[in-house]
Design a protein around this ligand. Sequence first.
Ligand code: MTE
Length: 446
Amino acid sequence: MANDYARPGRVRPAPENFLSDEDIAAINKGGRRDFLRSAFIAASAALAAPAVARAQSAGDPAILELPPWSTSLGLPVAANPYGMPSKFERGLVRRESPGLTRVGGSSVAFTPLQGLFGIITPSGLHFERHHQGWHDIDPARHRLMINGLVKSEAVYTMDDLMRLPAVSRIHFIECGANTGMEWGNVAVPTVQYSHGMLSCSEFTGVPLKLILDMCGADYKKGRFILAEGADGSSMTRTIPMEMVESGEVLVAYGMNGEMLRPENGYPLRLVVPGVQGVSWVKWLRRIEVGDQPWASKDEAVHYIDLMPDGQHRQYTSTQEVKSVITSPSGGQILLDRGFHNISGMAWSGRGKITRVDVSTDGGINWREARLETPVLSKAVTRFNLDWVWDGKAAILQSRATDDSGHIQASYGQLRAVRGTKSIYHNNAIQSWKVTESGEVSNVQVL
Ligand code: MTE
């Protein structure tokens, strides 16, 4: 296999990623069509660059002529007080789905998984899901109230909370509606839209258990908590007390080493590892301890599973084992036969990923992929597999297993139990079809 690296197949890494100066000029002029075309050509050129020897012998001016950045002064340090990505990366952004977004109201913007490396989602690309838009809340005016079955009710300022012992943990957050459109066999074009309500970050905050201990929570009677957000959506969710008692649930103010971004709940959000995103209440303002679930609108009507017999399954909280190949994926093009690195993400709300198998022939044969470190509980794990594309049509799939023994199901297996009318909790095996001309698209394999 080592020799195959010498003849790398080129893949256009991400739709509209890697822009050239000409692309950027074209966008600014409004020539979007041409831009897409030239972005494609630019990507080919950029990806050919590792083959230095070939480029040199062909007299590549990128090697032979000194570019302006080698012959002039660079920008001073203060030019960019808060570091931003290169302008050539400006195609890599969160994207909305027009059908799912209402201005200021219920809205979603998907993470561009196709352009990410490793396991951490950059904060500016973390997906967004708001039931009633987002706010940039003044931390000096924000409060967290604890009430219900506690000895002493309390109201905390941000200063109070940030003085308490803090922990930092890496976890994924996935909306229960992620991959929802695929239930009805709507093959959305890219992995950004099919799986992009998934992000993985390092969160910093105070274990909720510590705060409830300080308030003298009645853990005997108080077997549930209600978490409430400060936005106008009246977002409230019931969470079982045993999750809080495990010490995993955090009242978090930090994300990836800095304060949370406003879109993701600044200045305070709940982190509920392994549980669907809706329970990670943003702009967290109140925790109530109670003796039974509240059956609020966001748990009685939404985020429940419509089963084939017409009944709803409630409180499907855990995000089950799931994986997806992010490169090559829908919308990308394999530019050459030869070596390709199949790369993807795997995660499970039950614990660690123990294994990912990859198929290039639609599930007939499987090969075990490499799990890259770190492999953390309830976090994204990156996997890679060497693949030599022979130029024939292929169907790429990944199938993850977690340390509770759960294995990702096929669409056929999942639909046999859950039917087709569901919106939530789709963890089926994803398939990407590769045509002989190298185009990659979303297909469903039962
Ligand atoms: N919390 C409040 N207060 N309001 C909201 O609209 N959306 C929920 C949850 N917490 C929401 C909320 C949903 S449905 C999801 S999937 C996650 O936040 C999304 O978190 P993110 O926007 O940081 O990705």
